[in-house]
Design a binder for this molecule. Structure first.
Ligand code: SF4
Ligand code: SF4
Length: 166
């Protein structure tokens, strides 16, 4: 197995396959997101699993309100929602290594480990899913790329002031 678990792309193929419950460092556990030298304007911890409006509606209407926490952006003064975490940072929806809301899991979870960066475009966070032992066509990751786009759109909207604020 590739020790570094780093992303590689070659001839339309990507060395990624989510290890799911076999993953030793599941992105559902104590999760630190992308921490390297980045600072959130809102001083938001990178452990947060922020919910889009659609995520919130799906989770709330499916009777899992206890999995949702409210937060406020210091910078924008806007309310937003996130997944509730256990004290050690594990997502409260994780049970015996499995996501208990898998069919309605948040957009951020669908996107992970992919995200859009201002400088580099489509990027990936190194994780156990990257290995030279399994390659797949990039199109097979389309669901994750679409979710990454949605999260980018979420943040663009989040940091846009309402007209009445101007
Ligand atoms: S919602 Fe599910 S997939 Fe997302 S972090 Fe929690 S347990 Fe993992
Ligand atoms: S996306 Fe990566 S870190 Fe998350 S469960 Fe899959 S292999 Fe593990």
């Amino acid at each position: 197995m590739n020790k570094k678990n780093s992303v590689k792309i070659k001839d339309g193929m990507i060395n990624f396959s989510c290890r799911m419950h076999l993953c030793q460092s599941s992105c559902c556990g104590p999760f630190a997101g992308i921490t390297s030298n980045l600072t959130s304007i809102d001083e938001r911890p990178f452990e947060e699993i922020v919910l889009t409006d659609e995520d919130y509606n799906k989770i709330y209407s499916s009777g899992h309100a206890e999995l949702i926490e409210e937060a406020v952006s210091e910078h924008m003064g806007k309310k937003y929602y996130k997944m509730a975490l256990e004290k050690d940072g594990t997502c409260k929806a994780l049970c015996n290594g499995l996501c208990t809301i898998n069919d309605i899991k948040p957009t951020l979870c669908k996107a992970f480990p992919f995200y859009f960066d201002m400088f580099s475009g489509l990027c990936a966070i190194d994780c156990e899913g990257f290995s030279d032992d399994y390659w797949t066509e990039i199109e097979n990751c389309q669901y994750a790329l679409d979710a990454a786009k949605k999260m980018y759109e979420f943040w663009l909207k989040f940091y846009t002031k309402a007209e009445s604020d101007n």
